[in-house]
Every structure is written in structure tokens, then in C-alpha cells.
Design a protein around this ligand. Sequence first.
Ligand code: GLV
Ligand code: MN
Ligand code: MN
Length: 398
Amino acid sequence: MNVNAERFLADLHELRSFGASGIGKGVVRRAYSDADIAARQWLAGRMAEAGLDVHFDPVGNLFGLGGERSVLVGSHSDSQPEGGWLDGALGVIAGLEIARAAKEAGGPPVSVVSFQDEEGRFGVTTGSDVWSGNLSLAQADSLTDDDGVSMAQARDKMADLVGEFLPHDRFSGFLEMHIEQGPSLDQSDDRIGVVSDIVGIRDMRISFSGRQNHAGTTPMHLRQDAFQCLSAFNTALNTRLAEVVTPSTVWTIGHVSLHPNASSVVPGKVTFSMQWRDRDVARLQKMGEIIQTLAREVVAERGLEATLDPVMGIEPVPMNADLQAALAASAEAAAPGQWRTMPSGALHDASNMATVMPVAMLFVPSIGGISHAFDEDTDETDLALGLQVLAGAVQALA
Ligand code: GLV
Ligand code: MN
Ligand code: MN
């Protein structure tokens, strides 16, 4: 099987044209947006041209099937609200090129997938979470995005494309190539990362409701100010979490919606996302207890009310030893002495797939460690090297 790096890079650039942001190589391709669905239809066309059988499942995960039973290679093609051109897209187009090259060579059978809503417009890696059975379709359908649109409403836009869920045993394993999205490889001489394990994540929505009032006439001591409450929560949270975290633990308040968000109004309500990640389940649990206890404390002290939505999450997972070994051997052959084994601090569809089949992952460097931003990028020689390493592993496993 001979993968074609030029064809792979050309397809990667063409995928970027769907939802191109106009700023650098960035893309805006939220799950189920017009740009996302158009990109999926383009991908389906490329898969068909390669001789793969195209299949969309009920949540919009797109498969290009290369045989009755095969290895599955891919990632996701939806983006963050301000996303880069490689996050997810790289793994999908690498899977397409390997499946296409395998068809041209007369085998082995290779299938490709683009999962839907990996970036969590609704849940957390929602498309692969539902297909793996960890999240029911009914639960997923009831999730809402930050504008109040439900997943059921959103996926209805793809209703004319979709069929049934595929059985997991069609696939012998899942391989995902991805940009690192952090600085480790870029700051070293290594060009490939073989992933040992993926961190776990917890994510929830919290609201503090107080009293909307006039910003000129309401004395400070009479206010039930939702922003002041969030500010106090965040400051106390950093202090309390310091007692339980390690240097690699992370937590983020990334989305805040303040109501009514006007300069002359004491804000009556704030709704915000609270996310935390770690490799240890017990620590994730402890952090969750601290967060929820503190949220109730800060509102009680200030006369507001807290609404804590259910905690969603994905568990930390190790990668399969045999698949890791195949990637490591291929990395050593293609980039002798210039690869390392490393954990993933970013979440991936591979986490969900690891609950239903053997899984492994490969990283290439991210320039400056930047991702989830328009200026995310990777040197094209590293993209091509990653493709070569992945193809070598697929060939060896077949
Ligand atoms: C996936 O994009 C993540 O948030 O790690
Ligand atoms: Mn990704
Ligand atoms: Mn991402």
C-alpha cells in the first residue's frame, strides 16, 4: 500500500474550505452547522470515489467502509466555535488516504470515520459517546447548546442522510492521528508522539440567580449580584482546588453568559461552564465535590440561588498495548530516535472507542502548542510523516 502525501495534503486543504474563517487557516464548522453538513457530504463523495461504502449513522457519524470487517481509522470534522484546520480533520483525511491507498493496493480492508460533535456543542465527544453506548440517544437528544437548541433539533438537519448504528464488531480496532494541541513535541526534537493514555474529563453547567436591579441606585450591601458571586466562586475555587490537584490537573470556566449583560444593570443571573480534567478518577471526583460544595456556599453567603446541572464526563483511558507497539515500531522506522510515548491532555473520540474496541493514537507537533484557535498549525512535513507512521502501523496490524 502506497499512501500519497500530496493527495492527502490537497484533501486536507480542500476540507478547510468548508467554514474557512478568513483568518489564517482557521475554520468555523460547528457540529450540524451548514458548513459541517456540507463538509460531511463532500467527505462522503471522496469516500465513494475511493471505492468505500458510505454510511451515516443516526447522530451523523460518517463512515467510509472498506470491508465487512476492518481496522477503523479517523477522528472528527466538526470544529470549535473558533477552530483550527487540523483538529480532527487531520485524522479523518489521514484515514481517507490510507483506506484509499489500501483499496488501490487490493487490501488490507481499511475503513474511515468522521465522528460528529467531538468538540462538544452538546455533550462531550457526543457522536462517539452515543455510538459507543456510553450515552443513550435519548439522553443526547435532550442536551442543549449554549443557545438553547437541542441535539434532537440539530441532528434533524441530517435526517435525510442517516441510517442505522453500525455494530462495533465490524471493526478490529480504532487508530486516530491528531495534532498534539500542546507544546511538548514542538519544544523538543521529537516529531511523533505515541499516546499512552488519555485524561478523563468532567463538564457541567452552573447558574447563579440573584436579583436584577438598577446599577446606580442599589446600595452595594443590598445587591444579589450574579457576577460578583461568580467572581468570588472563581477566586475561592482556585484556592480550594490547590489542595487536591497535581501540576497536570486543569480546570476551566470557558463559557459565561451574564444576564442581562448591560453596563447599568446589576446582573441578575449568570450561567457558566465548569470543566475539569485529570488522569485520576478519584481526583476528578474530589474536584467535583469541591466545586459543587463551593457553588452552594457562595450563593448562600450572598443570598442567591444555584442551579447545578448534571455532571457529564469521560473516564481516563489507557491505549491498547499491541496497537501502541505497532505505532511505536512504525515511528521508529520512519523517524528513528525522534518519537516519544506521551499522555494526551486533550480529549478524543478514541476515549469512547476504547470502551468497545482496541484503540491507539498518534500525535504530530503543534506549532507553538496552539490549538482551539484560528492560528493552529503544523509543518506539512510533520503531517506527511504522521501519515507515513500511521500507514505503516495499519499495514503491520493487517
Ligand atoms: C477536545 O477537543 C478537547 O476539548 O480536548
Ligand atoms: Mn480533536
Ligand atoms: Mn478539539
